[in-house]
Write a protein that binds this ligand. Structure first.
Ligand code: HEC
Ligand code: HEC
Ligand code: HEC
Ligand code: HEC
Length: 388
C-alpha cells in the first residue's frame, strides 16, 4: 500500500544551542493548504479500503461480538434491587428495579423486574445513555444521569419509584458524577456553568468532601475508606511515621489521635453545612481549641498558663494551638495548605528521620532542626524523651 506523502519542511530550531528539527510543522495547522490536501488523500485511501467487499462481513462479525448481555453492579435498598442491564440487542442499557424476597443474596430472577428508565426510547438514534444511577437509602427515589452522543457531560434527573414519575428538576454541567444521598437531598459533583468562570483546570469539579452520615459515637472507619499504610514505609499518601502528606488524608490522620479515641469527631470542629470561617470551622481558629482546652482544663495543656505551655508571647503566630499541633504538611493549589490532623507534636527528630515537617522549623525557616531540638530541651513541661 502506498500512503500519501505528508507535507515536509526543512525547519531546524536552535534551542539553547541544540538543533531541533521539526519537519512536520505544517501538520500543526489543519487550515494549511498542503495539510488539507494530505488529509483529503488519506481519507480517500481509507474510504477505498473500507468500501471493499470485506466490509459487510466485518460489520456482521463485529455486531455478533457486541451482542453479549451485560449488567451493572446492583444497588440493594431494603427489598429493592436497582441495576442496569443490556441483553445485547439494544443500543443502551435499561435501568431496572426488581423486588427481592429478602436476605443479602437475592439473585435477579427473570420476570420479577420492572423497567424504571429506558433510555432507548429517549432518542431516535439510540445515543442517549444512562451513565450513572444512585438510589437513596430507602430506595424510594433514584438519581440518574443521562449522557448524549457519548459525551462525558451528564444531566442528572430524579425518579420517584412509587409513582413512576420523573421530577421536573434537571441538574446540568455535570461530568463524571459522584452522588451521595444525605437526608432528603444529595451531594453531587458538577462544573461551573460554561462561560461564567475562566476554566483553569479542565478536570476540576466542585465537590463536597465529607463522611456523610457520620455522627459522634459512630466509628469513622465505617464511613470513610482509609488509605492503607504500613508504619515505616514512605508512600504516595504517607510519611513513614504514619502522618498523611496528601490532601483528603484528614480521616487517616485523625483516627490516630487521642481526641478520636475520646469521642471527638470531625463535627466537633467543622460544620458540614458551612460557616463563614476558614475550612468550615465551627469557630474562628483562634477560639476553636480553647472551647475544650486551657490551663485549667482536664484536657490540658497541663501548664500554669497558655504562655507557659507555648513559650511564645500571647498573640504571636507561634502561640496558636494549630501552629504547633497542626503543622502544614502539604501545599496543594495556590495558597491552600493541608494541616496535619493527628494533633501529635511532630518533633524535629521526626523531620530528620522521616522528612515529616515539624512545626518549629516550618515556621522558623532560617533555623535548623538541631536548633529546635536544643531549644525544646530547655522548655519545662514537654516530655524530654519525646523530643528527640
Ligand atoms: C480538633 C479540631 C478538628 C478536628 C477534630 C478535625 N479538624 Fe479538620 N481542620 C481543623 C482546623 C483547625 C483546620 C485548618 C483551618 C485553617 O487552616 O485555618 C482544618 C482543616 C480541614 C480541612 C481543610 C484542608 C484544606 O485543604 O484547606 C479539611 C478538608 C478537614 N479539616 C477535614 C476534616 C475531617 C474529614 C475531619 C474528621 C476526620 C476533621 N477535619 C477533623 C480542625 C479540626
Ligand atoms: C470538642 C472538644 C475539643 C476540641 C474543640 C479540641 N480538643 Fe483537643 N482534646 C480534647 C479531648 C477530650 C482530649 C483528650 C484529653 C485526654 O483524654 O487526655 C484532647 C486532647 C488533645 C491533645 C493531646 C493529645 C494528643 O493527641 O497528643 C492535643 C495536642 C489536642 N487535643 C489539641 C487540640 C487542638 C490543636 C485543637 C484545636 C484545633 C483541639 N485540640 C480542639 C477535646 C477537644
Ligand atoms: C510552640 C509550640 C506549641 C504550641 C503553640 C502549643 N503547643 Fe501544645 N504541645 C507542644 C509540645 C512540644 C507538647 C509536648 C508533646 C509531647 O510531650 O509529646 C505539647 C503538648 C500538648 C498537650 C498534651 C500534654 C499536656 O500538657 O496536656 C496538649 C493537650 C496541648 N499541647 C494542647 C495545646 C493547646 C490547646 C494549644 C493552644 C493553646 C497548644 N497546645 C499550643 C507545643 C505547643
Ligand atoms: C507559626 C509560627 C511559629 C511556630 C510554629 C513556632 N514559632 Fe517560635 N516564634 C515565632 C515568632 C513569630 C516568634 C517571635 C515572637 C515571639 O516571641 O512570640 C518566635 C520566637 C521564638 C523564639 C525566641 C526568639 C528566637 O528566635 O530565638 C524561640 C526560641 C522559638 N520561637 C522557638 C520555637 C520552637 C522550638 C518551636 C517549635 C516547638 C517554635 N518556635 C514554633 C513563630 C513560630
Amino acid at each position: 500500500m502506498k500512503y500519501p506523502d505528508a507535507p515536509h519542511v526543512d525547519v531546524i530550531d536552535i534551542l539553547h544551542g541544540v538543533a531541533v528539527p521539526d519537519p512536520f510543522r505544517r501538520l500543526e495547522s489543519a487550515d494549511d493548504a498542503a495539510t488539507a490536501a494530505w488529509v483529503a488523500e488519506q481519507n480517500a485511501l481509507t474510504r477505498r479500503l473500507l468500501d471493499s467487499p470485506l466490509r459487510d462481513g466485518l460489520a456482521a462479525r463485529l455486531r455478533e461480538l457486541h451482542r453479549v448481555p451485560r449488567m451493572s453492579v446492583p444497588a440493594v435498598r431494603g427489598d429493592r434491587i436497582f441495576f442496569t442491564e443490556n441483553d445485547g440487542s439494544r443500543a443502551q442499557a435499561v435501568l431496572y428495579l426488581e423486588r427481592c424476597s429478602g436476605g443479602p443474596a437475592c439473585p435477579p430472577r427473570e420476570g420479577a423486574r420492572s423497567v424504571l428508565i429506558d433510555p432507548n426510547s429517549l432518542s431516535g438514534d439510540g445515543t442517549t445513555a444512562i451513565t450513572v444511577f444512585e438510589p437513596d437509602g430507602t430506595g424510594d427515589r433514584v438519581v440518574y444521569g443521562l449522557s448524549r452522543h457519548g459525551s462525558d457531560v451528564q444531566q442528572l434527573l430524579m425518579h420517584d419509584v412509587a409513582s413512576g414519575a420523573t421530577f421536573a428538576d434537571r441538574l446540568d454541567w455535570v461530568k463524571f458524577a459522584s452522588i451521595a444521598w444525605h437526608g432528603d437531598g444529595f451531594f453531587y459533583t458538577r462544573y461551573p456553568q460554561p462561560g461564567t468562570v475562566p476554566l483553569q483546570d479542565p478536570i476540576e469539579g466542585q465537590h463536597y468532601d465529607w463522611p456523610v452520615g457520620f455522627r459522634q459515637g459512630l466509628d469513622l472507619k465505617d464511613f470513610w475508606q482509609l488509605e492503607e499504610h504500613t508504619l515505616g514505609e514512605t508512600t504516595f499518601t504517607h510519611f513513614a511515621d504514619g502522618t498523611g502528606h496528601k490532601n483528603r488524608m484528614q480521616g487517616n490522620d485523625f483516627v490516630q489521635s487521642v481526641m478520636y479515641t475520646r469521642g471527638v469527631t470531625c463535627f466537633s470542629c467543622h460544620d458540614v453545612h458551612g460557616t463563614g470561617n476558614n475550612a468550615e470551622l465551627i469557630k474562628p481558629v483562634k477560639q476553636l481549641c480553647l472551647t475544650c482546652h486551657g490551663p485549667n482544663s482536664p484536657n490540658g495543656p497541663h501548664a500554669a498558663s497558655i504562655e507557659a505551655h507555648t513559650h511564645h508571647q500571647r498573640g504571636s503566630a507561634g502561640s496558636e494551638c494549630v501552629a504547633c499541633h497542626m503543622p502544614r504538611i502539604e501545599q496543594t493549589i495556590a495558597d491552600v495548605n493541608v494541616r496535619s490532623h493527628t494533633f501529635k507534636f511532630i518533633t524535629p527528630g521526626m523531620t530528620d528521620q522521616f522528612k515529616t515537617p515539624n512545626p518549629c522549623t516550618e515556621c522558623h525557616t532560617d533555623r535548623t532542626t538541631e536548633w529546635a531540638r536544643e531549644t525544646l530541651k530547655g522548655w519545662s513541661g514537654p516530655s524530654p524523651w519525646r523530643m528527640n
